[in-house]
Design a protein around this ligand. Structure first.
Ligand code: ZN
Length: 214
């Protein structure tokens, strides 16, 4: 498993697929293709990326990583396009138990769990199906749970300028579960409260009570 055979085996960025197996010596790291980098990574952890079971792994890793981080190519504006509606309703809108999957930016290990989101409209509401998609725009990036929580709340505030927004995330972090600490049962709870959810205890309590009801 020499460097050359990695370069020959895995598609390079610069010679495309057309020219057979002409290896391109990547003299700069940025010239190496994603698959070459993953193949090299497999070598560095003590594996042989050219053995049968791993031959297709760099390609799968590239595809998987691109899926898990697709939030970078999405935006709340695109997701919400045409999905804001004028209403008279001014009671709390709450969407509970939205599954999310993210990657911690410290270890690139998954953290996942449930998001609970509420807001009090101020003349406009968001199409309900769009709320989980807003979560995904931010969850499908490298994250820390605190920032993810805040970004979801701010996105809803920016979109419909409600009287207030409350967001609670409950997350299980594989970087805690699989590594040193191994506190399998612990979950991390974060919250962001804006507007009425911040200033009015009653509103915040109503939201948190609804979140706790199973
Ligand atoms: Zn981590």
């Amino acid at each position: 498993m020499s460097t050359n055979s990695i370069l020959e085996t895995f598609p390079s960025t610069t010679n495309g697929n057309g020219n057979g197996h002409k290896p391109v010596e990547a003299t700069r790291l940025s010239d190496a293709s994603v698959q070459q980098i993953y193949a090299e990574l497999l070598t560095r952890i003590g594996e042989d990326p050219l053995r049968d079971g791993l031959l297709d792994t760099p390609r799968r890793m590239e595809k998987s990583m691109s899926f898990l981080t697709r939030g970078y190519s999405e935006s709340v504006e695109k997701v919400l396009h045409g999905a804001l509606f004028d209403v008279d309703y001014d009671e709390m809108v709450i969407v509970k138990d939205i599954e999310f999957y993210s990657l911690c930016e410290h270890h690139l290990l998954p953290f996942y769990g449930r998001a609970h989101i509420a807001y009090i409209p101020n003349g406009k509401v968001i199409g309900l199906s769009k709320i989980p998609r807003i979560v995904d725009v931010f969850a499908r990036r490298l994250q820390v749970q605190e920032r993810l929580t805040q970004q979801i709340a701010e996105a809803i505030e920016d979109a419909v300028h409600p009287q207030g927004v409350g967001v609670v995330l409950e997350g299980q972090h594989l970087c805690m579960m699989m590594r040193g600490v191994q506190k399998q049962e612990s979950s991390t709870v974060t919250s962001a409260m804006l507007g009425a959810f911040k200033t009015q205890t009653q509103t915040r309590t109503e939201f948190l009570t609804l979140v706790r009801q199973k």
